[in-house]
Design a protein around this ligand. Structure first.
Ligand code: HDD
Length: 729
């Protein structure tokens, strides 16, 4: 608004203010110039208008922070070439001082993360139950999504066994809505007051600061075995959900029950779900452990590479809906207890929109590090419930940013700015970048024409649903239903397939086996006995301890197939296929084209670098590939083949002469349940490794046949037949 705007009191031609509080709004003020960042920020975070063409600096000359051009920046100002450095060297001091303060505190949890920009397109199917504008039919909303691990520090490995964060910032026209969820639908605790306890237990031991980003240690298991409401979340962690294959292949959950408010004021309780279009897939434990050393950035790289290559990951947002009854129970399940799920078989997930991640951040610090989520960032039509975990979170998220981002003005950081006009009366504070005008940042006022005015529901105001507060008395307590800690873990266990049960058993055996305290191992077994006798017995056998009897009656719940990750087929976008060749110059065009045509990424692995080679035997490791193809050997380069079969007539020669790195590649891929194909002479490698064609998920033939079969195998993610049933189940 210009100073000539006739509505501004005191402007020429405008009546002097009456100094009484006006009763009619004069129309909304436009966003303040200094707070109108969002429209000037592109999906990749580049300031429009100041596009620097992807280079680090904008201008031709290096300058100081004050804009003075510099003629030299490699030497301090000294009293002679061999003399002492002078205190007057302001450029030296500015450069070093700024560097000294480059780091900000990492997040107290979820420090390690990766993020992407995208768009959310609403189907309009939720309009009956919510007035949220971004859920109206056809609405398109820019989003920023940050995935994370929980326990590790910023530099820790991606593939550790842990819960993953899945936090989405919707820049809606009605303000920012943050859905700050996880890839696990339940939480360790039922009340936020215990959050410091569970996190102190999970973080490294305070004396030696080890282990990093691990739950396999005494303090974690001490807490979760004493505090049995953590049992269900821990079981999810020990399942394959704790080691996702990719951020692109994880489900997301809002965890809490939210309350949606429709245009007519009616309310519905919901649980939010993100369903990945690529399916829910995991690493196997050995693969996860290898990746933590070989490529600690495994998930970060996977997400960025997929987006860059055009394989844009997508999730459907869905809701389970429940009537907003006074008791807030659904078929006996307490909707205010965040350690409980509602099986999808009794409350189906109804899709309400599609999320597509289509752009990588252009600056990690400015976007991924400085993004600040908050459970209390809500828009009209979405409200909270009395879940005591959620209630504490409503306090914690803003509070933590004040330390992490250095004051209360973090909403002004470009990545956090709302796309709705801001007209607040928050003023000053550390890192204030807005130049606020006027003299009346208070209400009521008359000096600013009474502005800003309040917005009722018809003007898009956020109005808390006027739900009744239960009549009670002050207590530090929870409802009796919160005491059931074992029936849903049992439901989960009984919904798993055989390989999934194997993985869970192995995970508990590993994690409890890493504890030093005998009492903790024994308590761990007691918890397992309360879930399932066979699980407990198998882990007890692994630990060399007796299996205790259950302390609670074991129910016989109806399994929930939706909890299992197996049994369906999925798209292959962005999967990687390693093509192992004997000669860097070998023609792999047909194979590569076939892999591309199936929507996957071919990576050629050769003994040395060369044209068209992406990995060498020295840099390749099986974890990077979802499947391997052993390519045909070129004629007549038999001695350059991975199986150097110069002495092939001798029975054992092929094995001894096989390049050990290829041996490792193929045997690991086999052990991790990955499909393996051999074209023509490539079959010699299979023989050398001791794999007969016809072994589960091992195929040979011509290029077309091998690719067709591999593609089919990959739709099931892994060759599950390689994990024979051990438990009787
Ligand atoms: Fe939390 C970060 C998810 C309980 C306190 N939380 C954080 C992030 C995610 C979650 C995904 C990372 C956001 C980002 O990428 O910046 N947290 C959850 C879920 C919970 C949960 C799904 C349970 C259902 N959290 C929880 C409780 C408390 C916190 C009970 C405190 C009482 N969480 C925080 C925090 C963090 C955080 C300390 C650290 C960094 C941040 O907020 O911005 O405020």
């Amino acid at each position: 608004m210009s100073s000539k705007d006739p509505q501004i009191p005191g402007a020429p031609g405008v009546e002097p203010p009456s100094h009484e509080e006006p009763t009619e709004p004069r129309g909304p003020l436009p966003p303040k110039a200094d707070q109108s960042g969002p429209e000037t920020v592109s999906p990749t975070g580049q300031e429009t208008g100041t596009d620097q063409g992807g280079v680090a600096q904008g201008g031709a000359y290096l300058t100081t922070a004050q804009g003075a051009r510099l003629y030299e920046t490699d030497h301090s100002l000294k009293a002679g070439p061999r003399g002492p450095v002078l205190l007057q060297d302001h450029h030296l001091r500015e450069k070093i001082t700024h560097f000294d303060h480059e780091r900000i505190p990492e997040r107290v949890v979820h420090a390690r993360g990766a993020a992407a920009h995208g768009v959310f397109e609403s189907y309009g199917t939720a309009t009956r139950i919510t007035r949220a504008a971004f859920l109206a039919e056809g609405a398109r909303t820019p989003v920023f999504v940050r995935f994370s691990t929980v326990l590790g520090s910023r530099g820790s490995a991606d593939t550790v066994r842990d819960t993953r964060g899945f936090a989405t910032k919707f820049y809606t026209d009605e303000g920012v809505f943050d859905l700050v969820g996880n890839n696990i639908p339940v939480f360790f605790i039922q009340d936020a007051i215990k959050f410091p306890d569970v996190i102190h237990a999970g973080k490294p031991h305070p004396d030696r600061e080890i282990p990093q980003a691990q739950s396999a240690h005494d303090t974690f298991w001490d807490f979760v075995t004493l505090h049995t409401e953590a049992t269900f979340h821990t079981l999810w962690n020990m399942s394959d959900r704790g080691i996702p294959r990719s951020y692109r292949m994880m489900e997301g959950f809002g965890v809490h029950t939210f309350r949606l408010v429709a245009a007519d004021g009616s309310t519905t309780l919901v649980k939010f779900h993100w369903k990945p279009q690529l399916g829910v897939h995991s690493l196997v434990w050995e693969e996860a452990q290898l990746a933590a050393g070989i490529d600690p950035d495994f998930h970060r790289r996977d997400l960025a590479d997929a987006i860059e290559s055009g394989a844009h990951p997508q999730w459907e947002l869905g809701v389970q809906t429940f009537p907003d009854t006074e008791d807030q129970l659904f078929q006996g399940i307490d909707l205010l207890d965040p350690t409980k799920i509602v099986p999808e078989e009794i409350a189906p997930v109804q899709p309400v929109g599609l999320l597509t991640l289509n752009a990588n951040p252009s600056n990690y610090f400015a976007e991924t590090e400085q993004v600040a989520f908050h459970v209390g960032n809500l828009v009209p039509g979405i409200d909270v419930t009395n879940d005591a975990l959620m209630q504490g979170r409503l306090f914690s998220y803003v509070d933590t940013q004040i330390t992490r981002l250095g004051g209360p003005n973090f909403p002004q950081l470009p990545i956090n700015r709302t796309h709705a006009p801001v007209n607040d009366m928050l003023r000053d504070g550390m890192h204030q970048t807005a130049v606020h005008r006027g003299v009346a940042p208070y209400r009521p006022n008359s000096l600013d024409g009474g502005c800003p005015f309040l917005a009722g529901a018809d003007a898009g105001g956020y109005i808390e649903a006027p739900v009744p507060v239960p009549e009670s008395r002050k207590v530090r307590d929870a409802a009796a239903s919160f005491d059931d800690h074992f029936s849903q873990p049992r439901l989960f266990w009984r919904s798993m397939t055989s390989p999934e049960r194997e993985h869970i058993t192995a995970a508990y055996t590993f994690e409890l086996g890493k504890c030093y305290e005998q009492a903790i191992k024994e308590r761990g077994l007691q918890v397992l006995a309360n879930i399932d006798g066979e699980l407990c017995a198998a882990v007890a056998a692994g630990l060399g301890l007796p299996a205790p009897a259950p302390q609670v009656p074991l129910a016989d719940p109806e399994p929930s197939p939706a909890l299992s990750q197996l049994g369906r087929t999925w798209p292959l976008d962005g999967r990687t296929v390693g093509i192992v060749v004997a000669d860097p110059g070998q023609d792999t065009a047909e194979l590569r084209q076939g892999v591309h045509a199936a929507g996957m990424v071919p990576l050629v692995v050769a003994p040395t670098g060369g044209d068209g080679v992406q990995r060498t035997f020295a840099t390749a490791r099986s974890i990077e590939f979802d499947a391997l193809v052993l390519a045909d050997a070129p004629e007549p380069a038999a001695d350059a083949h991975p199986v150097r079969d110069a002495k092939a007539d001798e029975d054992t020669a092929a094995v001894t002469d096989l390049d050990p790195r290829v041996l490792l590649l193929v045997t690991e891929a086999y052990r991790h349940g990955k499909a393996i194909g051999a074209v023509g002479e490539g079959e010699a490698v299979l023989t050398a490794v001791g794999l007969a064609a016809g072994s589960a998920g091992v195929v040979s033939g011509d290029t077309a046949a091998v690719l067709a079969r591999l593609t089919e195998l990959l739709t099931a993610h892994r060759v599950w037949d390689r994990f024979p049933p051990v438990l009787t189940g």
